[in-house]
Design a protein. Structure first.
Length: 325
């Protein structure tokens, strides 16, 4: 491996003009502990942990305030990573496979010498990084619905349990919204399964566009979906439900196949269980279906704020179209 590799460090004594051009090495320093880095990197499959470990070993020899990995899994970054005006980019490859790009943020660009040395250290990071990316891709496949790309029922159960625990221990409230497509079976029967898949993908896109960044969408299978909303205000659920119904009504694909949606939601309580919370939202969804579909209901035993009562009753009238607040 790369034991006892002698490296050079950034010249803090250079003139300000030189420093403005590039960050570079200027003198021989203590040997870089390649063996220690290798051993530490082999202990984790978490991308952020790998970046933190690598940054810890490299930071004494290169000045940067942020480190990111851009890959097919998105952007991951070291803890407390910060952006700067210079982004030094390095492609990471293993045996011809492109893993992604490491981006160091610094106030000045890295010199050729510093860049060359970093590329050598990247060889130590590359194999553990490939293992972590492979692991996380498999993990994502296990928790994602392959048709829509949404989180699946298994991931929903994990997330609900976490949110209920946070609700009990940290008083962090949330809501559960269940959604079901109206007249979906006729799409498969009349137009074929390809049209059915197109409808499900369209609805998944509508859900993702209708929620906030803190909310999460799930597909259970078939035409059943759920949203975990990151607060338990009736008004928030009211706005999101109206937005979804309105978007479905305006969708050319949903209109073409005559598909609408019914929605039921409930506000989480401190003493809720996974089963109890789901049953309450499911009852609200059933009421929306029973009352004529293409509408939404809050759980009947949820406490509704006075300001929301009129809006809630209006939404239950099928002759009145939902509007985005």
């Amino acid at each position: 491996m790369m034991d006892n590799v002698h490296i050079l460090t950034y010249d803090h004594s250079q003139s300000s003009n030189d420093a403005a051009k590039a960050a570079h090495f200027f003198r021989t320093q203590s040997s870089f502990n390649a063996t220690g880095l290798t051993q530490q990197l082999q202990r984790s499959l978490e991308l952020i942990t790998l970046l933190d470990i690598f940054a810890q070993y490299v930071s004494p020899y290169a000045t940067f305030c942020g480190l990111q990995l851009h890959s097919s899994l998105g952007v991951n970054e070291m803890t407390k990573s910060r952006s700067a005006n210079v982004a030094n980019r390095f492609d990471i490859e293993v045996e011809g496979e492109h893993l992604g790009q490491l981006v160091y943020f610094s106030t000045v660009a890295f010199s050729n010498k510093l860049s060359a040395q970093l590329k050598q250290w990247h060889k130590i990071l590359a194999y553990p990084l490939r293992n972590a990316l492979t692991y996380n891709r498999v993990l994502r496949l296990a928790t994602r619905d392959p048709l829509t790309g949404l989180n699946n029922r298994s991931d929903f159960n994990v997330n609900v349990d976490k949110k209920l625990e946070a609700c009990r221990r940290q008083h962090r409230p949330f809501s559960l919204m269940l959604l079901d497509l109206d007249n979906f079976k006729q799409v498969n029967d009349r137009f074929g399964h390809q049209a059915g898949d197109q409808t499900l993908q369209e609805f998944a896109a509508i859900l993702c566009q209708s929620i906030r960044g803190t909310d999460t969408v799930f597909r259970f299978g078939g035409d059943e979906f759920a949203v975990l909303i990151d607060d338990n205000l009736y008004e928030a659920n009211d706005v999101i439900a109206k937005r979804i119904i309105n978007a479905v009504q305006q969708s050319a694909i949903m209109t073409r196949y005559g598909v609408t949606c019914s929605i039921g939601f409930t506000l989480a309580r401190t003493l809720d269980t996974n089963v109890g919370l789901f049953e309450r939202a499911d009852k609200a969804l059933y009421q929306a279906k029973f009352s004529g579909r293409n509408t939404y209901r809050g759980a009947p035993d949820d406490s509704l704020p006075v300001t929301s009562l009129k809006t809630h009753k209006d939404s239950q009238n099928p002759q009145k179209k939902a509007k985005i607040s």
